[in-house]
Ligand binder design. Sequence first.
Ligand code: FEO
Length: 400
Amino acid sequence: MYSIQPIAKDILYVGASDRRLAKFENLFPIPRGVSYNAYLILDEKTALMDTADASVAGQFLENVTAGLAGRNLDYLVVDHMEPDHATMIEEVLLRWPDAQIVCNAKTVPMLKAYFPGDTARIDNALLVKEGDTLSLGAHNLAFVMAPMVHWPEVMMALDTTTGTLFSADAFGTFGALEGSIFADEVNFERDWLDDARRYYANIVGKYGAPVQAVLKKAGGLPIQTIAPLHGPIWRKDLGWFIGKYDLWSRYEPEEKAAVVLYGSMYGHTASAAQAIAAKLAQQGVKVAVHDLSVIDTSEAVAECWRASTIVLAAPTYNAGLYLPMHALLDDLKALALQNRTFAVVENGSWAPMAGKCMRAALAELKNCTVLEQGVTIRGALAPAQDAELEAFAKAVAEAM
Ligand code: FEO
């Protein structure tokens, strides 16, 4: 059964949610699923704004068919070529053979790479560039190039008639759409913000500068509604979510808060991490603690995007660093995290190396401070180290 609904005048939501996929990009756990949003504009001309992943093909095609209600499809606007939004392009072109692709010059080679069998339709694409407009009748689409948010060909389209910004991956989140598809009809801050931050940090985090460039362009646009390719649609309080994107893309923490991220083989480093967290809390610091063997690396990355101050605690392993901590530090470097304060706790039964390894990895992050004061544990935390732990927690708190 089709599932479509209006999001603005003459604009229908025709996307669908996948509740079965275990990992987005076969990498990031999505226990709440994910939505692949697509939109249909019904004017003198009709336009489909992006397609969807093959996993939701049936629902997506049913929705587009129901939305068109027998009308022809005139345009297929391709804002983003990543397969989670582009896989159904070929099927859409088969079902609606008169539809013309609308894209930019960078999209064309990608279309040909993914759909090598249909180059004639691709060669017939209507190419648009920054500032170009396309009239559908009462609605006009104005195109805004958004390279590297999150692939080079990404563009956004603003329907200047309703102020609807089709924002591609920007302002997206993990999570299937259940019940309402609108951010103002769910408790976004309570139920979605963590997933939105995790989506941003892990998918788009590396591309802070391009996101900033687009935010500056968007600041001058008359936007009433943000229609992303994943997650709820924004009709109210746009500034609140844009503000989060501004912080995230400038690599500024959302909160003056500490997060203790630890790896622990037998519980001793975990015990030290909990003791440090307790001492930080006693200093009045807002603190969260996570075991890197329990949470996914993508969640730890998101916590690093949220908090100002990060305490890393890990055992030495094979004369190097315990693997979950290694994975986190690799990811933080790849995603270009900046502007944080770090402190380091190492464990090593006979030759502690974890601290040195963590410091070497942190030295590669831009604009980050690593406290000189650290803690070394030789197996279990010794009662005599309590004063040392107290001083360490105080130094972390004072550095905030
Ligand atoms: Fe949701 Fe970059 O694709």
